[in-house]
Design a protein around this ligand. Structure first.
Ligand SMILES: [Zn+2]
Length: 236
């Protein structure tokens, strides 16, 4: 086996494992965020419900005032009519109009009360959803913390061992390694099907064949050194 290939192989293994741990950490963080978002969403729904209830109560009070005013006007118009102080036709007309307005206000008042009631009825379900979300956060979220730490630890260890692996590289290969690392963050990639696992560019069949014979090959698109998945599995 080519000596450069042999030197690059442990680097490729290390980078593959590192990327696996980074992915796991990313997934864990997404889970933690999702649980928090659920709790926030439920708390927001409860707060919205409270605001809507206050608004419905305010509207109901406003309508109740209007109804009182109309009832007073009706009483005073009736009183004036009885006293013969007002023109009968105009008074009757006024009374009919007040009665009609009162009916509308009372129907709106009823709607406001029903709305308020519906909001109150919805509250226990919202509270329950919040409790559920908090419970899920406590149960599902608790083991995520140690898992996040384990992933971070693995990433630290793999990152720390990289300089040791790189030390063994021949000078010209080392210069290329440093360039790739600076520019792309990783220096190796796998050939998966016919594509580079890092940049997804197509890898020519000839390159794949050359890899199978143990030669050092690079991705023609991103320049990373290529390895076959089987080469990373079995220790050299
Ligand atoms: Zn590539």
């Amino acid at each position: 086996m080519d000596t450069v290939f042999a030197a690059l192989l442990p680097i490729a293994r290390s980078e593959a494992v590192l990327s696996h741990h980074r992915e796991a950490l990313h997934k864990l963080r997404r889970q933690v965020d999702r649980l928090q978002r659920n709790v926030d969403k439920c708390a927001q729904a409860i707060s919205d419900n409270g605001a809507a209830q206050r608004e419905a109560a305010r509207r109901e009070a406003e309508l109740s005032d209007k109804a009182d005013t109309l009832q007073r006007r009706i009483a005073s118009t009736e009183h004036a009519l009885n006293q013969g102080l007002t023109d009968a036709a105009a008074g009757e007309h006024q009374l009919a109009s007040y009665a009609e307005q009162l009916e509308e206000v009372e129907s709106a008042q009823l709607e406001a009360m029903e709305h308020q009631e519906a909001l109150s009825e919805a509250l226990p379900a919202l509270q329950e959803a919040l409790d559920e979300a908090r419970k899920a956060q406590a149960i599902e979220g608790a083991p995520l913390g140690p898992r996040v730490q384990r992933e971070q630890q693995a990433i630290r260890e793999l990152t720390d061992e990289q300089p040791t692996l790189v030390e063994g590289l021949p000078r010209d290969i080392r210069a290329r390694y440093d360039r790739l690392k600076d520019k792309l963050g990783t220096t190796t990639a796998l050939v998966q099907e016919r594509a580079c696992s890092a940049c997804t560019g197509t890898v020519p069949m000839a390159t794949k064949g050359s890899l199978q014979s143990g030669h050092v090959e690079s991705c023609p698109h991103c320049g990373r050194w290529l390895f076959l998945p089987t080469q990373l599995q079995a220790p050299a």
